[in-house]
Design a protein around this ligand. Structure first.
Ligand code: ZN
Ligand code: ZN
Length: 330
């Protein structure tokens, strides 16, 4: 009990220092924490790369804790009350497949821009709304293929970059989508199955369950909900024919469109109206390309204001969930 209280107070004090130190960085003891811990640990990614493994290790520990809790405390009591199929095939398969897919999601790196150069057939077309040709990554100093993004944590340009997953400490992109989606779906199914099966045993009152069953129920229930929400969000993005990274970019484009500040010229080029430049006649004079690498101020006379999402074509959307999924996994 005393150890638990000490651990809890340590965690709470760390969180308080973490939140308050940047605000009071000139006052003792926050000044010491800010310069000795906050800056080196949180900002210096190169010297403290091990910190990115805290979250994956936390999830792995939690997962192993649930598995051990089951096999040491619950299994000896419940195994006569569940079917042979569950005992011998289903539960061991869930345990092993989640572990395998989790490890693969952490260690299988997605393809980078150099892989794209080697395999030019796999390159995507530039849509000239989100992605433009002749853009060079400022860090890697190589041409950015369409649908790629530089990750500051992985320190490379990732093809078909979805997002940097903190749970796996890995970028999700071309080459490891299958493990990532498999991991999410497998987790959702196994955690939900474990939670629902336990509730069924409780309700049927088939046997006297130990205290560990309550701990397991809470852990399984909470994490089943969290993982199910993540899975739903990821799968719904696939239906829209975009990656999570592109969803953020489309969000910016649509925000400009809602404010009547997205235009297309007669050559089909896309521009944002400078939001700060509206003169007395309400006629904009300054336009910026939707290409974030192009800082030229354009002056357009002949253009169309885009007001409807149907006027914007997402060329990467293949028309449905399965078609888009095949594109990501292919
Ligand atoms: Zn790069
Ligand atoms: Zn990354």
């Amino acid at each position: 009990m005393l150890v638990k209280l000490l651990l809890l107070s340590l965690v709470i004090s760390q969180i308080c220092f973490l939140l308050v130190s940047p605000r009071y960085k000139s006052r003792w003891p926050f000044a010491w924490y800010y310069t000795k811990v906050f800056i080196p640990f949180l900002k210096d990614n190169n010297s403290h790369r091990w910190k990115f493994f805290i979250v994956p290790c936390f999830y792995l520990s939690l997962y192993l804790y649930i598995v051990l809790l089951y096999y040491l405390k619950l299994h000896p009591i419940v195994y006569p009350h569940i079917t042979c199929f569950e005992n011998v095939i289903l539960i061991p398969s869930f345990v092993m497949s989640v572990l395998y897919l989790g490890i693969a999601t952490v260690f299988v790196k997605p393809q980078n821009s150099l892989d794209s150069k080697l395999n030019s057939k796999k390159q995507y077309e530039y849509d000239k709304i989100l992605y433009y040709p002749d853009t060079i990554c400022r860090t890697c100093r190589i041409a950015k293929p369409a649908r790629s993004k530089h990750c500051n944590i992985c320190n490379r340009c990732v093809l078909l970059e979805d997002h940097h997953c903190v749970w796996a400490n890995n970028c999700i992109g071309k080459g490891n989508f299958i493990y990532f989606y498999g991991f999410l779906i497998d987790n959702t199914l196994s955690l939900s199955y474990g939670f629902l099966r336990l509730q069924y045993l409780y309700l049927r009152n088939v046997t006297q369950l130990p205290k560990a069953a309550l701990t397991m129920s809470i852990l399984l229930g909470v994490f089943a909900i969290i993982v199910a929400v993540f899975t739903y969000m990821e799968l719904s993005i696939i239906s829209e024919g975009m990656t999570t990274n592109e969803q953020d970019k489309w969000y910016v484009v649509q925000n400009f469109m809602r404010d009547d500040k997205l235009v297309r010229d007669t050559n089909g080029n896309w521009y944002f109206i400078d939001p700060t430049d509206i003169n007395d006649m309400n006629t904009p004079t300054r336009f910026y390309s939707t290409n974030p690498y192009d800082h030229t101020v354009y002056s357009l006379t002949d253009y169309t204001v885009i007001r409807d999402p149907s006027e914007i074509n997402n060329i990467y959307d293949k028309g449905g969930f399965w078609e888009n999924l095949r594109e990501l996994l292919g």
